[in-house]
Design a protein around this ligand. Structure first.
Ligand SMILES: [Zn+2]
Length: 508
């Protein structure tokens, strides 16, 4: 009984050449067919069926790889899968190769007698099939010639079009792999990516790979990217960004195990935006419990179109005062040491202390949205919420506010004893309209504007993405936000407001 040492099928990764050059003439010549084999698979597929055993025994190949491509193409037509078998290497040069039918040999006993089997055993395929192509390099003619060829199989061959399920005929082409990675990076699901590949190719058979092959390929490329350690990859990525954008500002911190603990970045466009719209800084820490163990801090502002602009982003491993100070200091350093006039936050104690330390001259506001939300959760008395909002936004000098506040507590006297009500009153200068009149807020009093950024984080967490993938997506998101503003800007420049002729007449 023959034994086969090479158990593994070495998966080949070659372009399927969907952009085939069809002007290559068809010729029934093996040498030529092999050369064009990769490109004109469909045509060769038909031609390959015409070869007799004698034709194949006479064949010549420029390289062993060419012989493999030919034999695999032949196998696809016949309905079997090819495995790469023995290879003889002398002085570093391959001089003999054997390609066999994937049903050759028998499954090794060790796989049948696994002690702790975790997966269901695969169905048996090997049945000592004798089919093979044996080639040898001939120095005399400087070419590969066929030493042995056996066309008989000891099993049923796959039906027409059934070859698509055979291992050696399935491959994720380079173009499909790149397409899949790109789309997946943009948040398209793996299933949808596969649907698109099938639609593009015209059929499942033409797609050249199964859903499983594509998933495996995508996982492989992800593993390669994170193998280096997420932190290193992120750093390398940031270095890359700096190459394209000399103004790109980044700062990071690692622990004693060289793991990333803090990361801050801001590109030059963001810094330009800050020069223009940096009077008010929205400072928001989001997604406090994510799988990266790293909350994302968003530094944002509002531009002349009342759109959110992102000034900088930071990922930190903790939410301590020190961490926020680190992030704020990085921010001020990135922005040429120009502090914002006002900062809006959600009122977190650590954030407040860090602002007092790093930005002592900036006016600190609480995000009205958060104050309103907190009033809803802390005081459930009917009618209180509406009156509270009225007092919050009441116009006029501080005395007006004080008067209205007194009325509110009289009306809801049971609420007046609540701790939250007491505490929020102590912070009145951070949220009550009456106390904030003299400050410029660009029409923005809520940091809820960072919601679109938050949704990116949520999606990434849900999809179980790595840190580098999160950073990549955030960079894309910032680009989108920026593009929308560019569009608004262009629209303002290239259009005029519609003039309504003779308003008085319309009224008639
Ligand atoms: Zn066979």
């Amino acid at each position: 009984m023959s034994t086969y040492n090479v158990d593994e099928f070495v998966e080949e990764f070659s372009d399927d050449g969907s952009e085939a050059e069809s002007e290559i003439p068809r010729r029934r010549n093996i040498d030529l067919l092999c050369q064009v084999g990769v490109r004109l698979q469909q045509e060769i597929h038909e031609d390959v069926g015409q070869f007799s055993d004698a034709d194949i025994l006479d064949a010549r190949f420029d390289t062993d790889e060419e012989a493999y491509l030919f034999y695999n193409e032949y196998a696809k037509f016949k309905g079997f899968s090819v495995r790469k078998d023995h290879k003889t290497v002398i002085k570093g040069k391959t001089c003999r190769r054997r390609f066999i039918c994937s049903c050759a040999g028998q499954r090794a006993n060790k796989w049948s007698n696994l002690q702790r089997r975790r997966k269901k055993a695969r169905r048996l395929t090997r049945c000592d099939c004798p089919a093979l192509l044996n080639i040898v390099y001939s120095e005399e003619v400087n070419t590969w010639i066929v030493l042995d060829f056996k066309s008989e199989h000891s099993h049923v061959l796959a039906p027409t079009d059934g070859s698509q399920f055979l291992r050696s005929h399935r491959k994720v082409s380079v173009s499909n792999a790149l397409l899949a990675e790109g789309l997946y990076g943009l948040g398209v699901s793996k299933k949808k990516v596969m649907d698109l590949i099938v639609a593009r190719a015209g059929s499942h058979a033409a797609a050249g790979c199964t859903k499983r092959d594509l998933y495996n390929q995508m996982n492989r490329s992800r593993v390669e990217r994170i193998l280096d350690g997420d932190a290193n990859v992120v750093n390398a990525y940031m270095e890359d960004m700096s190459m394209n954008d000399p103004g790109f500002f980044k700062k990071h911190q690692v622990n004693e195990k060289q793991q990333l603990t803090k990361l801050f970045w801001s590109d030059s466009q963001s810094q330009e935006d800050y020069k223009l719209f940096g009077d008010v800084l929205l400072f928001d820490s989001t997604y406090r419990t994510n799988r990266y163990g790293m909350p994302l801090v968003v530094f944002a502002g509002v531009n002349n179109h009342r759109h959110t602009v992102i000034f900088a982003l930071a990922l930190m491993n903790t939410e301590t005062i020190e961490s926020y100070i680190w992030a704020l200091e990085a921010f001020i350093a990135a922005m040429d040491n120009v502090a914002p006039k006002s900062v809006i936050t959600d009122g977190d104690a650590a954030i407040r202390s860090s602002i007092e330390t790093v930005l002592p001259n900036s006016k600190h506001w609480l995000c009205v949205w958060h104050v309103v939300q907190n009033s809803l959760t802390n005081v459930r008395t009917q009618g209180f919420h509406k009156d509270f909002v009225d007092v919050m936004f009441c116009k006029g000098p501080p005395e007006n506010f004080e008067k209205k506040w007194g009325e509110l507590l009289t009306k809801f006297n049971n609420v007046a004893k609540k701790k939250w009500v007491h505490n929020i009153y102590l912070k009145k200068e951070m949220w009550a309209e009456g106390y904030l009149r003299e400050y410029f807020f660009a029409g923005c009093r809520s940091n809820q504007r960072c919601e679109s950024i938050n949704s990116v984080v949520r999606l990434c967490v849900k999809a179980g993405l790595t840190l580098i993938e999160l950073v990549e997506r955030l960079l894309i998101k910032v680009k989108h936000i920026r593009h929308r503003d560019f569009e608004a800007e262009a629209n303002t420049m290239m259009t005029r407001s519609a003039q309504i002729p003779n308003l008085s007449r319309i009224g008639e």
